[in-house]
Design a protein around this ligand. Structure first.
Ligand code: SAM
Ligand code: SF4
Length: 336
């Protein structure tokens, strides 16, 4: 079989690329209030380095690329980066995860550069709650960004909402009902408490994905052929409300076949290749890129990351040349 396949028979076709560890927001579940100590310019992969990794990865069979961060739209040269990645012959699907606050400015150019679609983080419809969750954001910028994405044709549009007890858990139904009037997938993400929120939130604030799903089921979803787990890709399962234009999705930390269907690798902004979001393993691609590695050497590291993918995110020690980060780093660091 051509392409990348791991020890457990999963085909690896998807690379998530974090292009910066910086962000213009400070979401309570993601970053401490003071932000993360930004890496020096030199530590962050240059645009050409990122494009090279993606080029080698696509030659191995990766065909789906998602650009993320931190906030990818605060990265200088993001439009050029998108243009260069989109121009690679093996890239079939190029998307971005963003908080949308800068999309008003960039959506058109991103679409022109070859970006196909965006996932947008929006946890609430209430300006006061948005300001509280993001610690500095104005919901108007995010809403204008969503509108700009639609006008630019960055579709299908997905909204991601992390549900945090005591903050936005009262809005599950309102967010789900957005799918009645918009052809969006509104996806609820189970809050992961140990991920770099600077200790500002506690485990009690986790709203289990089953509780979220039950609340949406209480809205009386209808049978939906497009709602089965996609079987082969993606961590979300879906429901459709009666007459809705879009779907409501659920993403749990694990379960729901999260690991069984895992098809991805992650590249961090500082050039580490992660076989798994949860296992704390990493390979140093930046060192290889700057140490004179050939394309074959880069390809060998990508193959190695695939070979190291654990069956599930339970922390284990696969050793080798793979160092361990210990606890998972913040999602702003590794790109969510
Ligand atoms: N800044 C962009 C954004 O917010 O969409 C992209 C990066 S952000 C780290 C990627 C995703 O990770 C977002 O959908 C965010 O909601 C999610 N995320 C961050 N911290 C999380 C946590 N502790 N638990 C669950 N999801 C989290
Ligand atoms: Fe920034 Fe995204 Fe993290 Fe919010 S979730 S602080 S927007 S990186």
């Amino acid at each position: 079989m051509t392409g990348l396949c791991d020890r457990f028979g999963r085909r690896i076709t998807y690379l998530r690329v974090s292009v910066t560890d910086k962000c213009n927001l400070r979401c309570v579940y993601c970053m401490p209030e003071e932000g993360v100590v930004p890496r020096s310019h030199d530590e962050i992969l240059r645009v050409e380095e990122i494009v090279r990794v993606v080029r080698v990865a696509t030659a191995l069979g990766i065909d789906k690329i998602r650009i993320t961060g931190g906030e990818p739209l605060v990265r200088k040269g993001i439009i050029d980066l998108v243009r260069m990645v989109a121009a690679l012959p093996g890239v079939r699907d190029l998307s971005m995860t963003t908080n949308a606050t800068l999309l008003m400015r960039y959506a058109r150019d991103l679409a022109k550069a070859g970006l196909r679609r965006v996932n947008i983080s929006l946890d609430t419809l209430r300006p006061d709650v948005y300001a509280k969750i993001t610690r500095r954001g104005d919901i108007r910028a995010a809403l204008e960004g969503i509108a700009a994405a639609e006008v630019a044709g960055l579709r299908p549009l997905r909204l991601n909402a992390v549900v945090v007890r005591g903050m936005n858990d009262g809005e599950i139904e309102d967010l789900a009902r957005l799918t009645l009037t918009h052809a969006w997938d509104v996806r609820f993400i189970e809050f992961m408490p140990f991920w770099g929120n600077g200790g500002s939130l506690g485990p009690w604030q986790v709203v289990p994905i089953e509780e979220i799903r039950r609340r949406v089921v209480d809205l009386g979803p209808e049978p939906c052929s497009a709602c089965q787990p996609p079987g082969g890709a993606g961590p979300a399962t879906y429901l459709r409300l009666p007459g809705a234009m879009g779907r409501v999705g659920f993403i749990s930390r694990e379960g729901d076949g999260f690991c069984v269907r895992c098809n991805r690798l992650r590249l961090t902004a500082d050039g580490k290749l992660l076989p798994c979001l949860l296992a704390g393993l990493e390979l140093d691609l930046r060192g290889a890129l700057r140490g004179g590695a050939s394309d074959d050497d880069i390809a060998a590291l990508i193959r190695k990351a695939v070979a190291l993918k654990p069956e599930s995110g339970a922390v284990r020690d696969d050793g080798g040349a793979c160092s361990r980060r210990g606890v998972p780093p913040p999602l702003s660091d590794i790109g969510g």
